[in-house]
Design a protein around this ligand. Structure first.
Ligand code: PRP
Ligand code: URA
Length: 237
């Protein structure tokens, strides 16, 4: 986390200090934003937020929430008809039309992608490494395994935390350079500031989150939040 000093006249200002932030109520009804109201989600999220929850349990909960979010976010996927035979007789069934991509924003998106994959094992996983600079809060790309051949109906950028929105916006920018008919963002906790920024920058995507929190603190962490989602998943506390 950012170290702050107060003695030098050139002390670095805290990146979110004094930055105006929208209130939660102001962003609750943004178009194409879906906030889960499922009680099982709320239950698991509370267990995750608890500071006493240790990394193995935390990672398990990220995966489980990823699976629940995947179920909610795939509600409108396109289907195609397919002829099959049951042990009794032929019938026309349905299957998902076209591929489904999941882009975990490294590192913290990895657990969510695993949970998504448990719901739809056929998903393609496109890894994208973005690291947020703690002084400026700008996201920097350091890894990109997006394929050039694209045959997806939709791709989901997944990352537990939507704080200033910088990482999510950059991830969607990267995905928009591929020819994907539909893009979505899927996350666990959003701050009003980042949610508004993402929604305004990319009004053509659907955004699925488990919870909308209150605000960002001066160094860009979500309140009440859950702390650092990457560190808590991978034990690098
Ligand atoms: C965290 C988080 C998001 C980003 C959110 O990642 O997982 O990717 O910060 O912040 P933003 O909305 O202000 O961009 P971080 O860069 O700390 O990397 P990590 O996943 O490797 O921990
Ligand atoms: N990244 C995190 O992991 N947590 C926050 O609260 C903000 C960004």
């Amino acid at each position: 986390m950012t170290e702050t000093t107060t003695s030098s006249s050139e002390r670095p200002s805290l990146p979110m200090q004094g930055v105006p932030q929208p209130r939660r109520e102001e962003v609750l009804n943004l178009p194409r934003v879906h906030i889960s109201s499922h009680p099982v989600m709320a239950h698991k999220l509370t267990a995750m937020r608890d500071k006493n929850t240790q990394p193995p349990e935390f990672y398990r909960l990220v995966k489980e929430i990823g699976a629940l979010l995947a179920y909610e976010a795939t509600e409108t996927l396109a289907l195609e008809r397919v002829e099959i035979e049951t042990p009794m007789r032929p019938m026309i069934g349905q299957r998902l039309a076209g591929g489904i991509g999941v882009t975990p924003i490294l590192r913290a998106g990895l657990g969510l992608a695993e949970g998504f994959r448990e719901v739809i094992p056929e998903v393609q996983i496109w890894h994208l490494g973005l690291r947020r600079d703690e002084q400026t809060l700008q996201a920097m790309e350091y890894y990109n395994q997006l394929p050039h051949r694209v045959d997806l109906q939709v791709c989901y950028a997944v990352d537990p935390m939507l704080a200033t929105g910088g990482s999510a916006i950059d991830a969607i920018n990267v995905l928009k350079r591929r020819d994907i008919p539909r893009l979505c963002y899927l996350g666990i906790i959003a701050a009003p500031y980042g949610l508004l920024k993402l929604s305004q920058t990319h009004p053509d995507i659907d955004i699925y989150i488990a919870a909308l929190d209150e605000s960002l603190n001066d160094v860009g962490y979500i309140l009440p939040g859950l702390g650092d989602a990457g560190d808590r998943q991978f034990g690098t506390l």
